[in-house]
Design a protein around this ligand. Structure first.
Ligand code: KG4
Ligand code: ZN
Length: 337
C-alpha cells in the first residue's frame, strides 16, 4: 500500500511517500524558517504564498526519491487542522486536486495525531495503548492513545504552549526564531540559579504564561547584570521538569506504564534525558521519535494517515472515498477530529 501525504499547517511544506504502515520511502521538508526569521515569527500570509510556490516541486521530489509515480499511489493523505488556515488550505486543496485526478481516496489527518505517530516510525515495536506527552509550538497535551485512531485528551495548556514559551523567552534573550533550539544551546553553558514560578492545578493541565512573564520581568530588572545562560537553563529545566512531572503523575494515577514523547519540543536534549531518567526510576517504558521526526514533517502525518485509512470506523466517519468537500479547520480539536 502506498500513500502520498502532505503537511502544510505552519511554515514547513512537506510531502512524504509511505509504504504500508511504517516504511518511509521519502520525506521532503522544505522549511521557510529563513524567510520568517526576518520577522521574528511566522507571518501567515507569507507562509501560504510560499506553500503555493513550493508544493508541486516538493511532491515531485518526494515521488522521485521514493521511485514511484502518481499512478502507483493508493491514497492521498493531508493535514486538515489545526494550524494556520491559509497554510492548511494550500495542502488540502492540492490533496483534493490530486485525489480527484487520480480517482483515489483522500485521508484527513489531525496534526497532533501525526506528531504522536512519529513515534511509530522510530520505534517499530510500539503499539497502543500508551500515554503521549505532546509538546510543540502550538500545543501542549497529555493524550491517552487507546488505539491508533482513538485518542483521549487527559490534559492541555490553559494558555501558552511550551514551544511558544521557548520562542518568547528566546526573543527576550535576544535569540533568533525558532527559539527552542537557541535557548537550549545557550542553556548548555548555564546553571539553574534563577527561581522561577511553577503553576499547579487540581488536574494535570499546564500553564506557561506565568513563567514567561517572570522571565520578561527578570530580564527587564537585571538588564546588563542578567546571566543569560543561567536564565536559559533555569527556564528550560523548570518547564521540562513540569511536563514530565505532570505526565508521570497522570500515568501513576491512571495505571498506564508506557509513554511516548511527541512534537517539536521533543527535540530538546534535556527533556529527552529527563523523560528517560524518570522512566527508569518509575519502571515505565519511554519512547521518543528520532530528532528528524520531532518537528513538522509529512512522514509522521503519513503514518497517522495509514492508520486512519485502514480503520473501518474512520473510513465511514470521513467518507474518504467521496470527500472532495474536505475543508481546513484552523482550531480542530484532537478528540473531536
Ligand atoms: O511541532 P513543531 O515543529 O510545530 C508545531 O506543531 O507547533 O514545533 C515547533 C516548536 C517551536 O516552538 C520550537 O522552538 C520548538 O518546537 N523546538 C524546540 C527545540 N526544537 C524545536 N524547543 C526546545 N528545544 C529544542 N531543541
Ligand atoms: Zn507540529
Amino acid at each position: 500500500m502506498l500513500g502520498l501525504v502532505i503537511e502544510s499547517s505552519c511554515d514547513e511544506t512537506s510531502v512524504a511517500v509511505l509504504k504500508n504502515d511504517r516504511e518511509v520511502l521519502s520525506n521532503i521538508v522544505s522549511s521557510q524558517i529563513d524567510i520568517h526569521k526576518l520577522y521574528g515569527g511566522v507571518v501567515p500570509e507569507i507562509a501560504s504564498r510560499n506553500h503555493v510556490k513550493n508544493i508541486s516541486y516538493v511532491a515531485r521530489q518526494a515521488l522521485d526519491e521514493a521511485k514511484v509515480e502518481f499512478e502507483d499511489l493508493d491514497y492521498i493523505g493531508v493535514t486538515y487542522g489545526p494550524g494556520l488556515v491559509g497554510a492548511l488550505l494550500v495542502g488540502v486543496s492540492y490533496a483534493k486536486a490530486l485525489a480527484y485526478a487520480l480517482d483515489i481516496p483522500i485521508v484527513p489527518v489531525h496534526h497532533i495525531e501525526g506528531h504522536i505517530a512519529a513515534n511509530y516510525l522510530t520505534n517499530k515495536e510500539l503499539k497502543p495503548p500508551f500515554m503521549s506527552l505532546v509538546v510543540s509550538g502550538g500545543h501542549t497535551h497529555l493524550a491517552y492513545v487507546k488505539d491508533y485512531t482513538d485518542i483521549e485528551v487527559i490534559a492541555k495548556t490553559r494558555d501558552d504552549a511550551i514551544g511558544e514559551a521557548f520562542d518568547k523567552v528566546a526573543r527576550v534573550l535576544g535569540l533568533n526564531y525558532p527559539g527552542g533550539p537557541e535557548v537550549s544551546k545557550l542553556a548548555e553553558n548555564g546553571n539553574d540559579t534563577y527561581t522561577l514560578p511553577k503553576t499547579k492545578f487540581e488536574n494535570y493541565d499546564f500553564s506557561f504564561s506565568g513563567i514567561k512573564t517572570a522571565v520578561i520581568n527578570l530580564a527587564n530588572k537585571e538588564k546588563e547584570n542578567l546571566r543569560r545562560e543561567d536564565l536559559a537553563k533555569s527556564f528550560e529545566k523548570n518547564v521540562c521538569d513540569t511536563v514530565v512531572e505532570h505526565a508521570y503523575s497522570a500515568m501513576k494515577d491512571l495505571g498506564v506504564n508506557k509513554i511516548a514523547l511527541a512534537g517539536g519540543v521533543a527535540a530538546n536534549k534535556y527533556l529527552r534525558s529527563k523523560l528517560f531518567e524518570e522512566a527508569k526510576k518509575n519502571h515505565f517504558e519511554a519512547y521518543m521519535p528520532e530528532i528528524k521526526y520531532c518537528t513538522d514533517n509529512a512522514a509522521m502525518i503519513a503514518c497517522a494517515a495509514y492508520y486512519n485509512y485502514t480503520c473501518e470506523k474512520d473510513k465511514k466517519k470521513f467518507d474518504i472515498h467521496n470527500n472532495l468537500e474536505l475543508n481546513a479547520i484552523a482550531s480542530l480539536k484532537l478528540d473531536k477530529k
